[in-house]
Design a protein around this ligand. Structure first.
Ligand code: ZN
Length: 176
């Protein structure tokens, strides 16, 4: 059904090299964390030493996992500008997706909205546990959950799904 256009003679590649790096060359110490060991168990060292990471430079986006081969995709901008605790929790979150991919789960099941998707809730659950362990309050967690692709209402639903206490909208406005 695609309409055919007469284009000037230029060349645009279909396949380009993607620069992959070893996760452990850039992200250090994760194999020692109980939270990470709870994901991969005895395989932790093996999985992390095999894990590849691709950096991209767009201002948009944070971190993700490829649903084609399970490698990590990370924004260089986010690494530079992001809050340390957010970046830390995001790595934990993404490592859960790495495990899910290895287990053959569909990472982006469109039958669910993001805030209800089981793979997301599992990833957030471990990140939330870790956040509480390092001293994050529910209010701070709620702020952490806010990302540009979710509406305030969706963030509230996600927080509720994760057992994070959310200040009622009105009360929150008064606090500020
Ligand atoms: Zn996720």
């Amino acid at each position: 059904m695609t309409k055919e256009f007469t284009l000037p003679e230029v060349e645009i590649p279909r396949k380009v090299p993607i620069a992959m790096h070893n996760f452990t060359d850039f992200f250090k110490g994760f194999e020692r964390l109980p939270a990470v060991r709870s994901i991969f168990g005895d395989e932790t060292e093996n999985v992390l030493s095999e894990l590849k990471v691709e950096f991209f430079s767009s201002k948009f986006g944070y971190m993700g996992v490829s649903d084609e081969d399970g490698h990590l995709i990370v924004s260089a901008y986010y690494l530079r500008e992001g809050e340390p605790v957010s970046k830390y929790l995001d790595v934990i979150h993404e490592l859960v997706h790495v495990k899910q991919f290895r287990d053959g789960k569909a990472l982006f099941d469109d039958n669910y909205e993001y805030h209800n998707r089981p793979t997301e809730l599992e990833a957030y659950k471990l990140a939330v546990e870790e956040a509480r362990r390092v001293g994050m309050s529910d209010r701070e967690l709620f702020e952490y959950l806010k990302v540009d692709w979710m509406s305030e209402e969706e963030v509230r639903k996600l927080a509720k799904n994760l057992g994070i206490k959310v200040t009622p909208k009105r009360a929150q406005e008064r606090v500020r």
